[in-house]
Design a protein around this ligand. Structure first.
Ligand code: HEC
Ligand code: HEC
Length: 461
């Protein structure tokens, strides 16, 4: 089973404890004056339309340019007074450590792609900072007056949130974790030639690749590789096809449109017509996901968040989603749904844990799922566990199968009677949508067949 080899938090520690940067600074500055170094080497970075090496880890929100002012003296004073230059020990300046971080990336591919830009930036800043610090006239300049210091426009929590590793971690939990629903057609790396049960799936998958090409291999060997594939495929707009990830309109991403669409029509010869990837979409795999089931919700929530990150749309810490969902294999079902729940209406189930110490139910839910009322009057869903932002579980929990312990739980139900989810599929319903609640006692088991069942008539206000 896939596990995140390193957690986001431990990666952050590795980066941030590192103060030695791995570059020998460029001694070839060869007696150039600070202003010459600034004009010849820092200004080109400032003026370049290309993103700086920070983009290796920061998908948005921060760029090296933001630390530079048009005047070399102002830039120096600004960096010095923001604590980014260590006047006594220039090689140890924080700005150099930030540039050098890319060296420590565990993703070798990313490290190499940005190596040249990073080295150019590092050498330029190292030479210029050293020259400035060696010149008392510059080193001891008074603080800026009437000019704000140069620093990123976005606050630190936004800069941290929009990091690639956080986005990939979220992708692993919200999308990658659901891939077995797309087995075997889109999961080449889950096919195991040594498993006799996989003989037919392997043959089937092979046939699909032959017929439809590599595009059926959606889930690659890792979350990173999968995300890279989705991003590259979505980059170029095409008139005949929605992008796999549609940053302008998340619900119009093929990633959710395909599995929620039916098979193409059959032609007069009895064969399926060509599947369509434009409006109206059809899917050669048929209906594999329902709009507003739990995976649909996690896919959409992730695509929406991703779109906001790469669109640089988050401005402040309070706009950031909690991004605290962990998939489990524990399912919850309401049977004999109340009469007032119309078929196909979306229902959200929030699970609250019993807290012995406080002799009450937890105020915040510990798990969540969502489904639509089926014709047989059931609502089904695999649980997503919800973790408080400051919990150490973020470091340790399995990105694919977090586990809710056995015990006593309160299930609160919320019904989307007003169709609010159609407007915002990632939404959590609120008190106005509250229907009723009931308690359950578990052992939990894995899988839909062994879902924990709650009888609808037990729900009370
Ligand atoms: C190899 C990955 C990587 C690269 C490259 C990188 N950073 Fe970061 N950055 C991080 C991580 C990880 C954090 C989060 C640190 C934490 O959580 O404490 C971070 C946090 C930050 C923060 C938030 C405040 C802080 O210091 O924690 C700023 C500002 C920042 N980076 C600026 C930059 C700039 C500017 C560049 C380019 C010159 C850059 N980073 C390049 C990984 C990187
Ligand atoms: C029984 C096989 C099968 C299953 C299961 C299946 N699909 Fe598909 N899917 C296909 C085939 C075949 C195609 C290629 C033809 C087409 O575009 O419909 C396809 C195409 C796609 C595409 C378009 C890929 C591209 O780049 O054009 C997406 C996205 C997709 N499926 C998503 C999913 C998701 C998500 C799931 C699981 C929730 C899923 N499918 C389950 C067979 C399947």
């Amino acid at each position: 089973m896939f596990r995140f080899i390193y957690s986001v938090a431990s990666v952050a520690t590795v980066f941030c404890l590192a103060s030695a940067t791995g570059f020998a600074s460029d001694e070839a500055a060869g007696g150039a004056s600070p202003i010459e170094l600034f004009e010849q080497r820092i200004m080109p970075i400032f003026k370049s339309p290309k993103p700086s090496s920070c983009v290796q880890c920061h998908l948005a929100s921060v760029d090296l340019k933001e630390y530079i002012l048009p005047s070399h003296e102002q830039t120096f004073v600004s960096l010095r007074d923001e604590g980014l230059i260590d006047v006594k020990n220039p090689d140890n300046s924080k700005i150099l450590n930030l540039i050098g971080m890319g060296e420590k990336d565990l993703d070798k591919g990313a490290r190499l792609i940005h190596a040249r830009t990073r080295k150019a930036e590092y050498d330029a800043f190292a030479a210029w900072i050293k020259a400035c610090c060696a010149d008392p006239k510059i080193r001891d300049l008074p603080p800026l007056e009437g000019v704000p210091t140069a620093k990123p426009k976005k606050p630190d929590p936004v800069i941290e949130y929009t990091r690639k590793s956080r986005v990939v971690d979220s992708f692993a939990r919200n999308v990658w974790s659901q891939r077995m629903r797309c087995f075997p057609c889109h999961t080449p790396h889950e096919l195991d030639a040594s498993n006799p049960k996989h003989e037919k799936p392997i043959a089937r998958h092979k046939e699909l690749v032959k017929k439809f090409g590599q595009k059926v291999n959606i889930f690659r060997e890792s979350p990173e590789a999968t995300l890279r594939h989705l991003m590259i495929s979505s980059r170029r707009p095409r008139p005949d096809r929605f992008p796999l990830i549609n940053v302008d309109d998340p619900a119009k991403s093929l990633l959710v449109l395909k599995p929620t669409s039916k098979l193409p029509k059959k032609g007069e010869d009895g064969k399926f017509e060509k599947p369509s990837s434009g409006e109206p979409v059809s899917h050669m795999g048929g209906l594999k996901m329902h709009v507003n089931d739990q995976s649909y919700k996690s896919f959409i929530a992730w695509i929406q968040d991703y779109s906001r990150v790469v669109g640089d749309q988050y401005e402040s810490a309070d706009e950031l989603p909690l991004d605290n969902w962990y998939p489990s294999k524990q399912a919850l079902r309401v049977k004999n749904a109340p009469d007032s729940w119309d078929v196909l209406t979306s229902v959200q189930l929030f699970v609250h844990a019993w807290n012995d110490a406080e002799d009450s139910w937890s105020a915040e839910p510990v798990a969540f799922t969502q489904g639509t009322v089926t014709p047989r009057r059931m609502v089904n869903g695999m649980l997503f566990l919800l973790v408080p932002a400051d919990s150490d579980k973020h470091e340790t929990w399995d990105r694919e199968g977090a586990v809710l312990p056995d015990g006593k739980y309160l299930v609160k139900t919320y019904v989307d009677s007003d169709g609010r989810l159609a407007e915002d599929p990632a939404l959590f319903l609120t008190e106005t949508d509250y229907f009723g609640q009931a308690t359950i006692e578990t052992p939990w088991k894995e899988g839909f067949r062994d879902a924990k069942v709650l009888d609808g008539p037990l729900l009370q206000k």
